[in-house]
Design a protein around this ligand. Structure first.
Ligand code: PMP
Length: 449
């Protein structure tokens, strides 16, 4: 098969005419599909309906230590929930706080607390001239939204299959005291589905930041979200590695059961060193008397233990794996060998990351929208919504029913072809124009000499 950039102008024009015909066929279908967010589909949510039966009016509402879950108290979460979530996060229950329904909320509060009250006795960030943050890109738009909201200057750090560019991370944190944190999604990253290599994790644990209050925001949102039984990614556990490296307070690790049970109605947790826990508790005790223990108990009774959770995640995988594989097949069939796009093939998580040719992502998302398929806005995967190459698109295959997803993926590949062919033709036109102009100029020059 010929790559688009080796086609002649006539060949490209012919291709474009064909693609336009096909595109109008999709437009006439009047679709209305939303693939913009990484949400579980209905069948996935149905897996957790047992949560609704885990507690009823006859239920024993007491914890093993005698705590009545219906009443106030227990700031850091009930012991059973700490055990369950610490198994999920591969940490010690003593290093865990259980929060409310959202880990993003915990990340927001952590930055907010650092702004107003500082980290472990250091100057509150709001009193500093400048606060900066490292942002591996492409990344999670809601992370970038939090740091932008607090007026923190975000610095792009390129991602690769092994994680962020660690040479850059090490250099920047060592030389600039204004850098106070970094967003990390270390496993099945959002949007690429990459998992950090052992070397990357080891280098993170050995960072030597100029700022004493620098923290790694280790968002392990997809820690147990494998797509395959055998082909799973494993990470060195960051808290243990930081301790080993003599940097025990360097990291805040976040997780939640959002994409395990019900997003927005799960439980969130933070794992960190005892020094950090004490610092956080000192603020937390003014914020709440305690989070929702009934929901914590419900989750514990539903799963029983980590084995119940792992089994449950297998059922999720069985539902969404065919969706990922179908999208990847359609991409390969329709775009393979054309040289106009590349995409990731994750073994877990919620997303596929697509790279168009430079300058095409916005136009592709726009064309999909005009034919009734809403994707995550182009640029959203970068701080300030600015993708310097306008090339990254986040694909979220989990939510739509599989037949809708098939149509959407077909339309997507068609739009990639259309926009790429238009771009290449435009460039040919401009190239010819530039060539013609320089010929005229050189003819003029020769006349004058
Ligand atoms: N972190 C990442 C990397 C995510 O992708 C998501 C959900 N899209 C969240 C956090 C949100 O988690 P929660 O529901 O616990 O706030």
């Amino acid at each position: 098969m010929k790559t688009y950039d080796t086609m002649t102008r006539e060949e490209l024009k012919g291709e474009l005419a064909q693609l336009k015909k096909e595109y109008s066929r999709y437009q006439s279908m009047e679709m209305s599909l939303d693939m913009s967010r990484g949400k579980p589909c209905k069948e996935q949510l149905d897996l957790s309906m047992g949560l609704m039966d885990a507690l009823n009016s006859d239920a024993d509402m007491y914890c093993e230590d005698g705590t009545d879950c219906r009443n106030y108290g227990v700031l850091g979460g009930i012991e059973e929930a700490k055990v369950l979530l610490s198994d999920m996060m591969e940490n010690n229950p003593d290093n865990i706080l259980i929060f409310g329904n959202s880990s993003l909320n915990v990340m927001y509060d952590s930055i907010s607390r650092s702004m107003t009250h500082g980290v472990m006795g250091n100057t509150p960030w709001c009193k500093l001239d400048k606060v900066k943050w490292l942002c591996p890109v492409p990344g999670y738009d809601r992370h970038f939204g939090i740091t932008e909201y607090f007026g923190i200057e975000m610095i792009n750090v390129p991602m690769s299959e092994t994680g962020p560019d660690m040479d850059m991370v090490e250099r920047l944190v060592a030389e600039d005291e204004a850098i106070k944190g970094i967003w990390c999604v270390p496993k099945y990253s959002n949007p690429q589905g990459y998992s950090y290599s052992d070397e990357t994790v080891r280098r993170f644990a050995r960072l030597k930041p100029a700022a004493k209050d620098f923290r790694i925001y280790w968002d392990n949102a997809y820690g147990i979200h494998h797509l395959y039984d055998h082909d799973q990614d494993y990470l060195i556990e960051i808290l243990a590695e930081c301790k080993r490296a003599g940097n025990p307070d360097l990291v805040y690790k976040f997780a939640s059961t959002s994409k395990v049970t019900f997003p927005g109605s799960g439980i969130a947790a933070l794992a960190t060193s005892s020094n950090n826990l004490e610092d956080i508790r000192n603020q937390l005790k003014h914020q709440t008397i305690g989070y929702d223990k009934v929901n914590q108990l419900r989750h514990v009774r539903f799963f029983k233990d980590i084995h119940g959770m792992v089994e449950h995640m297998r059922k999720h995988a069985d539902i969404i794996r065919p969706k990922f594989e179908m999208v990847e097949d359609i991409f390969e069939k329709n775009l393979g060998g054309l040289g106009i796009g590349s995409w990731t093939k994750p073994r877990g998580g919620y997303f596929i990351s697509f790279e168009t040719m430079d300058g095409c992502a916005k136009a592709v998302v726009d064309k999909c929208k005009k034919a009734g398929v809403k994707l995550t806005s182009a640029g959203a995967t970068f701080p300030y919504g600015k993708d310097p190459h306008d090339s990254n698109i986040r694909i979220a295959p989990t939510y739509p029913p599989i037949e809708d997803l098939r149509t959407a993926a077909q339309l997507f590949t068609l739009c990639v072809k259309l926009v790429s062919a238009e771009k290449l033709l435009r460039e040919m036109q401009e190239g010819t124009a530039v060539k013609a102009e320089s010929t005229v100029k050189s003819e003029d020059a020769s006349k004058q000499s």
